[in-house]
Design a protein. Structure first.
Lengths: 109, 122
């Protein structure tokens, strides 16, 4: 069982916005601002999209944004594009038993 | 350019051992913590272990504690995962990953290798 809970799937049409939630506890996601998000296309290694809750590495489009409120973090993708169809994983630092979220499959309709 | 290249995966019988290696280049290796993350076929990501840049501290997931050991050789820019007493549930693609921030280990990864597959089966 994942320590961080994500919806199994979300979908949206091109141009729309979607939000993926990641819920933890006061011992992990709620306690630290070290929340990261990863995109993984089939057969590929994960790619960092967001770190420290809301920071984007260079090269990641500003269509991707992150936020956190209490024990829940969120990844928002605006202006959906076909290439955004992938799995998305959250992760939060904690002092023990580090886990990723179970992953969310994004389908672009 | 940062590169991470894993090797050492393969087919092993239950109870057997393997040592995975991750050769790094393109950054100040000894400054950054490194982690191993695995992905079972068709499943999500599972953090396995982490090691500080100096190698003086390691952490392991409950599922591998006592069976897996993580180490590094900064003279060779390589991090290792020694896996003993392997089980069928250890079957996965094993990635090494680099921390975003020097010195501290906060399990945020800006670079990943392509992974090395491990299959545990008789």
């Amino acid at each position: 069982q994942s320590a961080l809970t994500q919806p199994a799937s979300v979908s949206g049409s091109p141009g729309q916005s979607i939000t993926i939630s990641c819920t933890g506890t006061s011992n992990d996601l709620g306690a630290y601002n070290y929340v990261s998000w990863y995109q993984q296309h089939p057969g590929k290694a994960p790619k960092l999209l967001i770190y420290e809750v809301s920071n984007r590495p260079s090269g990641v489009p500003d269509r991707f944004s992150g936020s956190k409120s209490g024990n829940t973090a969120s990844l928002t993708i605006s202006g959906l594009q076909a290439e955004d169809e992938a799995h998305y994983y959250c992760n939060s630092y904690t002092t023990t038993n580090i886990k990723f979220g179970g992953g969310t499959k994004l389908t672009v309709l | 350019e940062v590169q991470l290249l894993e090797s050492g995966g393969g087919l092993v019988q239950p109870g057997g051992s393997l040592r995975l290696s991750c050769a790094a280049s393109g950054f100040s290796f000894s400054t950054y913590g490194m982690s191993w993350v695995r992905q079972a076929p068709g499943k999500g990501l599972e953090w396995v272990s982490a090691i500080t840049g100096s190698g003086d501290k390691t952490w392991h997931a409950d599922s591998v504690t006592g069976r897996f050991t993580t180490s590094r050789d900064n003279s060779k820019n390589t991090v290792y995962l020694q896996m003993n007493n392997l089980r069928a549930e250890d079957t996965a693609l094993y990635y090494c990953a680099k921390e975003t921030t020097p010195i501290i280990v906060i399990t945020q990864f800006d670079y990943w290798g392509q992974g090395t597959p491990v299959t545990v089966s008789s």
